[in-house]
Design a protein around this ligand. Structure first.
Ligand code: ADP
Ligand code: ASP
Ligand code: MG
Length: 415
């Protein structure tokens, strides 16, 4: 059996949902498990609801209405009959959401987030499943919370592999077409999420547990390109990359594949295909063992909105192991992601990502013990398989704040 994953862009409107059905028919899926993300930018929209709800701002009603009307528009163009059960299903989900908002007593952002944002995935999978049934494509809708079992670390839940494997292998009929949600998990009691863009990881989890033949991630691009097409002109399609190369790319922040996706697939040698849902004749990219990268071209990864921090001791002594340990404990505590580190005699620099808005707290905690300077809003470029031309493409006309080079990779921080 195979695993398909469809991201937000592949279900962004009614036409896309119809196209998804076309893809399934074209690929002649029977024994396939399909994982779907929230429609279009709905995860962002639900995040707005969370913020408005917790901050008790006046736009809460408006935020909910806009999400409702987005889904209603899609329903209306998918189903001619206004009495179709899909309308009731969607209404039921919004009722559940309203009920939660009314009854909830918790002010914990991460907990509340995990109870609200997964509605995006619940809605999209219900709509797609109902649409497929409507056009005669039999399928089973599955509630992923019964299968992907996690701890209670909200918004970044860790998977309990053993429990998850048991649930999946014992309760899924793999001879059927199954439809379920990405990104979402559950513990005994409550809904959790695996982190933004986590649906790719969901696909890998199911593939691993079911010993799938392959995973296909369907995208609005031809496959994995050597650069983000939104930021670079004329990116080149990579036909083949090794797991190791893909892990490196994801590690450095290539957003096309979620970093946690690759290891489970590599462990069982399950190929990962990245294909275009718009261009079914294109073979896309295959991630498998073997050659690092075909064709061998430099690959660019751009991470914006980084903070370049430079730390030195108050008494101008060296930054040594005990200082580093202190600094890293706090980075961990404040969930700051370090994307680059460089140590010199008197200072220690790092490029960090403030994912949870905790940088100020980190700064205030550390600054009594260290001297600290920082530049906000810098961009970190990583070039894999770099050469002189690719390097100067980034460095020319930009102010380079820091550069770090290894055999295959150069990282450049630009103001
Ligand atoms: P999904 O709908 O699966 O969540 P995303 O929007 O997260 O898809 O990712 C697809 C987008 O990623 C593409 O539209 C493309 O603009 C962008 N992207 C960034 N880097 C790359 C890359 N190296 N190769 C292909 N696409 C990339
Ligand atoms: N819908 C979630 C997000 O946008 C998960 C995903 O699409 O992978 O982050
Ligand atoms: Mg995505």
């Amino acid at each position: 059996m195979n695993i398909f994953k469809f991201g937000g862009a592949s279900v962004k409107d009614a036409t896309s949902v119809k196209n998804l059905a076309k893809v399934l028919k074209h690929e002649e899926v029977n024994d396939t498990l399909v994982i779907i993300s929230a429609m279009g930018k709905m995860t962002n929209a639900f995040e707005k609801i969370v913020t408005a709800y917790l901050n008790k701002t006046s736009d809460l009603g408006k935020s909910i209405e806009s999400v409702k009307s987005f889904h209603k528009t899609i329903l209306e163009s998918l189903f001619e009959n206004n009495n179709h059960s899909a309308f009731l299903t969607v209404e039921g989900l919004f009722k559940q959401l309203t009920h939660f908002l009314k009854e909830n007593k918790s002010a914990d952002y991460n907990f509340v987030y995990d109870q609200i944002v997964p509605y995006g995935e619940m809605l999209s999978t219900k709509i797609v499943s109902e649409y497929l049934l409507d056009i005669g494509v039999e399928n089973n809708w599955l509630d992923v919370r019964k299968f992907i079992k996690t701890d209670s670390n909200h918004r970044d839940a860790k998977v309990d592999w053993e429990l998850t494997e048991n649930q999946i292998t014992q309760n899924i009929d793999t001879s059927k077409l199954n439809i379920t949600q990405g990104f979402v998990g559950g513990n005994e009691k409550i809904t959790t999420t695996l982190g933004r863009e986590g649906s790719d990881f969901t696909a890998a989890l199911f593939a691993y547990c079911l010993n799938a033949e392959s995973v296909t991630i369907w995208k609005d691009v031809d496959g994995v390109l050597n650069a983000d097409p939104r930021k670079f002109n004329d990116p080149i399609l990579l036909n083949q990359i090794s797991y190791k190369e893909a892990i490196e790319m994801a590690f450095y922040g290539a957003s096309v594949i979620h970093p946690k996706t690759l290891k489970p697939l590599e462990n069982k040698l399950i190929p990962l295909k990245v294909r275009s849902f718009e261009n079914l004749n294109s073979k896309g990219t295959v991630v498998y063992k073997g050659e690092d990268i075909v064709p061998k071209v430099p690959c660019f990864i751009q991470k914006e909105n980084q903070i370049l921090v430079s730390i030195s001791a108050l008494d101008f002594s060296f930054i040594l192991e005990h200082n580093l340990s202190d600094i890293f404990q706090h980075l961990h505590k404040f969930k700051l992601k370090v994307n680059l580190i460089q140590n010199s005699a008197l200072s220690f620099s790092m490029c960090i990502e403030d994912r949870f808005n905790t940088f100020e707290d980190f700064y205030n905690t550390i600054r009594s013990r260290f001297k600290m300077a920082y530049n906000k809003n810098v961009t970190l470029y990583t070039i894999r398989h770099f050469d002189a031309t690719s390097k100067s493409k980034i460095e020319n006309n930009n102010k380079v704040l820091l550069r770090q080079t290894s055999r295959e990779t150069v990282q450049i921080v630009i103001e």
